[in-house]
Design a protein around this ligand. Structure first.
Ligand SMILES: Nc1ncnc2c1ncn2[C@@H]1O[C@H](COP(=O)(O)OP(=O)(O)OP(=O)(O)O)[C@@H](O)[C@H]1O
Ligand SMILES: [Mg+2]
Length: 267
């Protein structure tokens, strides 16, 4: 059995709304992720998925609960220890056109985190950039390009390569394939699978689409209004009406109308 790399225990996040009111964005969520495992987090807009991700990278501090990373309590880290934690947990976002600095060439985008951590020198940039581009199946001459001279799928490969640069143990993919065409999405998912096997990475795969999560994830945490609805190993296990509604909404978007779900999903 693979070693547990992350455990989120009873995580709650409340935001003050003013006038003494608060919004509970995440409400008593507990889950764990093992090395080499992909945990999906699925739920409609506003259900607290990105807030959980921001808590894990400690961009937000939880109101209550504990984050254990490799067995170490990282809930209250600060300074250098927090910086090192952020090295082990990388994020890839939905929209690569805003996530990548448009003024930088790909080689500088890829190597910026390595330079920041003092892991390479400026003269190492060209070689390191080529190595990272190879990792995500992009031609080496992309090193000299700017983000706006690439397709959405190519930009997302660059974002993945940058996330890999610091050799993290866990990568959060927050709607990382949602903006891409279905065929491009399939290529990115295949790449993520290969990288996971090579590097024994753990993924937290956040998306709206329970059907896509089913194809990619080992387990799926279904969230609604900050709470866990259920955690399932696949669509067929989905018992809650809420999860079934999420599945149906995907099919209705794809087909342009509400359709009866294929019965094999629930067999
Ligand atoms: N800094 C903040 N201050 C106040 N409310 C916030 C803040 N960040 C998030 N929220 C609220 O918390 C709830 C959860 O937001 P979150 O971004 O985690 O949802 P999500 O599941 O990622 O949604 P989406 O699928 O649209 O990305 C929302 O109601 C949001 O408005
Ligand atoms: Mg979000």
């Amino acid at each position: 059995m693979n070693e547990e790399i992350l455990r989120m225990e009873h995580i709650t996040k409340r935001f003050p709304l003013g006038g003494g009111r608060t919004l509970t964005a995440v409400d008593d969520i507990t889950f764990s992720v093992r090395r080499g495992e992909t945990l999906g987090i699925v739920g409609e807009s506003g259900s607290g998925k990105s807030t959980l991700a921001r808590i894990l990278t400690r961009l937000e501090v939880p109101t209550a609960g504990r984050i254990l990373f490799r067995g170490e309590d990282v809930t209250a880290l600060s300074g250098e220890a927090l910086r090192q934690h952020r090295r082990s947990v990388q994020m890839v976002f939905q929209d690569p056109s805003t996530a990548l600095d448009p003024k930088l060439r790909v080689r500088d985008i890829l190597c910026e985190p390595l330079l920041n951590f003092g892991l390479i020198r400026s003269r190492d940039v060209p070689d390191k950039a080529r190595e990272l581009l190879r990792l995500v199946d992009l031609p080496e001459d992309f090193a000299g390009r700017y983000p706006h001279h690439m397709s959405g799928g190519q930009r997302q490969r660059v974002a993945i390569a940058r996330a890999l640069a610091l050799e993290p143990e866990l990568i959060i993919l927050d709607e990382a394939t949602s903006a891409l065409d279905v065929s491009v999405q399939a290529h990115i998912i295949a790449l993520l699978r290969t990288l996971q096997q090579e590097k024994h990475l753990a993924y937290l795969f956040i998306c709206h689409d329970l059907y896509l999560a089913d194809q990619f994830c080992d387990r799926i945490l279904v969230m609604k209004q900050g709470r866990e609805v259920e955690t399932i190993r696949g669509l067929r296990e989905a018992k809650s009406p809420y999860a079934q509604k999420l599945i149906a909404s995907v099919f209705s978007v794809e087909e342009g109308k509400n359709k009866i779900l294929p019965p094999e999903l629930f067999q």
